[in-house]
Write a new protein. Structure first.
Length: 454
């Protein structure tokens, strides 16, 4: 396994750098294709969230891979390589697997234990599959990361270690207003949600659950806003009133809203200081703003305005740094360690499978050749005798190969077992092209299977 990840997150870089390095959807696609065009990489996937940007690749050279992936991140993020380098982290092979599994479990999140990251990992895998940049290694890795994350949430109380960024952000707004339960603070209020993506949808659902009276969804694409409204107002739901508006109506809605949550993919400000100042004119009730976007949607200067409370990604990072760790975190770390070991063993075992298949194919060819030779020397054999001789020879070959091939798979699954495939090829003088053809067939089958699993 030659898995490499190069990235930066809220743990390694200040929010100001993460904000500038944020990747749009089109930029992520370009980065993926440029990664595969680079010489050291044969697979690629991008995990880009509001507080992390990570590039995963299967590389054949470590140092060249690190240099190339770092350069590509700098080029596509727009942050110079010299400025970006001090904030980058690098993980390789088992450490890279451990990192992604930890991320999937919420151990590396700004708010420990949050589950939103699972959806983002799923999206990263889907993008790699759609762009045909995720091969067998990254398909297996990201699929397993999703399973590990789900296992952590189902088998432990990691959810108690923290909440989603939305809930955590609302709690910070309540604290700024004097404290108390979130639902008591939110009851009867009007909320404006800007954006209709996954985080905005989570925000809207959370606001409905804590008891706001009305939710207005503003989005550039009205169809997505309308769909989110339909979900919020489904029969048997929370009973919240909801409606969709165009982005041009945000200014008017801002004058009526008590709570605003913004999370768009915009590269510039969605709410300027001037827009907020205009909305404050004639208001007596305070305005609570929660900015979950990266780069930020709301002008940071509004926190100096009277009657405004602003919580953004940067303030959430500072607040969560002192959040207490739940005892379940240790249990999740144990799950991650076990799963990393199991994943490594499975990958090493899979590495030798094409060699074993090629060996058995060669043995079958030898049996077929010898049976044909026998038929030429003894043309008078009846069908029953010929079939019995053929079956006997096959059984002998199968019994001779059974123990060595089973044992070599076991040995290959252990740490340092990668050399057993080379030894097997050398001992039996296997044609390298025969082994490669089995690998290509496996990759094609795996691609078809994995593309239907996300």
């Amino acid at each position: 396994m030659s898995l490499l990840v190069v990235g930066l997150s809220h743990r390694s870089a200040p929010v100001s750098v993460l904000e500038r390095a944020a990747l749009s959807g089109d930029t992520q696609i370009k980065l993926l294709h440029d990664t595969l065009a680079a010489e050291p990489a044969v697979e690629g996937a991008v995990l880009a969230t509001c507080n992390r940007i990570e590039l995963y690749a299967d590389v054949d050279k470590f140092h060249a891979g690190v240099a190339e992936l770092s350069t590509l991140l700098a080029q596509h993020s727009g942050v110079g390589l010299e400025e970006l380098t001090p904030y980058l982290y690098v993980h390789y092979e088992d450490r890279a697997v451990h990192h992604l599994f930890s991320v999937a479990c919420g151990l590396d999140s700004m708010v420990v234990g949050e589950g939103q990251i699972l959806g983002q990992i799923k999206d990263a895998l889907a993008l790699g599959q759609d762009q045909h940049t995720a091969g067998r290694l990254l398909n297996d890795l990201f699929q397993q990361a999703l399973r590990v994350g789900k296992r952590a949430h189902s088998e432990t109380g990691i959810d108690r270690a923290g909440q989603s960024l939305v809930t955590f952000g609302l709690e910070r707004l309540v604290d700024a207003a004097g404290g108390g339960p979130v639902d008591a603070w939110a009851a009867g209020k009007r909320a404006l949600v800007i954006g209709a993506g996954s985080m905005s949808s989570l925000a809207a659902a959370t606001l409905a659950r804590v008891g706001v009276a009305e939710i207005v969804i503003a989005n550039r694409t009205m169809a997505r806003a309308d769909r989110l409204v339909e979900i919020l107002t489904e029969p048997g739901g929370t009973g919240v009133a909801a409606r969709a508006v165009e982005m041009v109506a945000v200014g008017d809605e801002l004058t009526r809203a008590d709570i605003v949550v913004s999370c768009t993919g915009a590269t510039g400000l969605v709410l300027t200081g001037e827009a907020v100042e205009t909305a404050l004119q004639g208001r007596t009730a305070p305005l609570a703003l929660l900015d979950l976007a990266m780069p930020r949607d709301i002008d940071a200067a509004v926190h100096r305005m009277d009657g405004v409370r602003l919580v953004d990604i940067e303030s959430l990072a500072e607040a969560s740094a002192d959040a207490p760790m739940a005892s379940d975190v240790d249990q999740v770390r144990g799950i991650v360690s076990d799963e990393v070991a199991a994943f490594g063993a499975a990958q090493r075992a899979a590495h030798i499978t094409p060699t074993v298949v090629a060996l058995r194919a060669m043995a079958a060819d030898v049996v077929a050749g010898e049976v044909a030779r026998l038929e030429g020397r003894l043309p008078g054999l009846d069908d029953k005798t010929r079939a019995e001789i053929t079956q006997t020879v096959r059984r002998v070959v199968d019994k001779l190969l059974h123990a060595p091939t089973v044992r070599v798979k076991q040995l290959a699954a252990e740490p340092g077992g990668a050399g057993y495939a080379d030894a097997l090829r050398t001992l039996f003088d296997l044609d390298p092209e025969a082994v490669a053809s089995v690998s290509r067939a496996d990759l094609n089958d795996a691609d078809v299977k994995n593309r239907g699993r996300v």
